[in-house]
Design a protein around this ligand. Sequence first.
Ligand code: 8YV
Length: 325
Amino acid sequence: MKPIVVVTRKLPDAIETRMMELFDARLNLDDAPMSKADLIEAVRVADVLTPTITDRIDAAVLAEAGPGLKLIANFGTGVDHIDVAAAEARGIVVTNTPDVLTDDTADMTMAMILAVSRRLGEGERTLRAGGWNGWSPTWMLGRRIHGKRLGILGMGRIGAALAARAKGFGLSIHYHNRRRVHPEVEDELEATYWESLDQMLARMDIISVNCPHTPATYHLLSARRLKLLQPHAFIVNTSRGEVIDENALTRMLIAGELGGAALDVFEHAPSVNPKLTALDNVVLVPHMGSATLEGRIDMGEKVVINIKTFVDGNPPPDRVLGELP
Ligand code: 8YV
């Protein structure tokens, strides 16, 4: 008997084909996001659930799980939409898809650092709106990034991949992390560790958020901490919107207390605060950090490997533990 695998969203064709070969895969070919009722129905029938960030798998949904549900093989690295502790309490294993989206997300972060500091979005919008009347020596000037200080909040895989890229752009690398990284990694990245996040924030030209969203990182960039930033600083977020107090950030941007922001993620996604969309010095992208064809296929392959390994009776390679930081 093949296990029933419920996949909540449309995945790349090659992945769906493989899923159908290996499992009794229940696919979502029209890609409509699932309602809570749909999710409850899914966890009742599934042996394995493959959700994405658009599915909130909380304790209430898990309480409806049927006896067959033993694995949640998430399509994505972040698992803040899954109550991992509640899953574990019910004997359900959770896996994710690390590594394969590191480079794509770091590339996107670098692109957003450049976009906000060099006013790419603003320039493009102006040109398309017919607002370009010809070159001028003093028009549409951005800020040079070479020689500036980049503070990376969260030196995990993506933070380190960003540091390697940013070094090539002549930025000096600073970071804050729960744990200081290995000295060899620090040497290689020429990265300066700041034990105090507050002190790092006060001295950076650009801040990039690269830590996961957990109870400990919710609003880590609070109104108080955002106030520590220098008025010319840019803030870039390709992690999760919840790490920044988005209302406080928006207020500061409106008041001209920051250089600008580039956001790929939002506290109440997919809704975006209209006060943000009204601002010129803000680059807004609809959660595209890992959105490459190659990345999404690699993520799907990881999901398939996690499921196959698990149903064959072995520990899946990308198990997530419900530990709190
Ligand atoms: C994914 C992400 O696209 O993997 C993550 O944590 O944020 C995104 O890159 C998304 O989570 C898919 O579920």
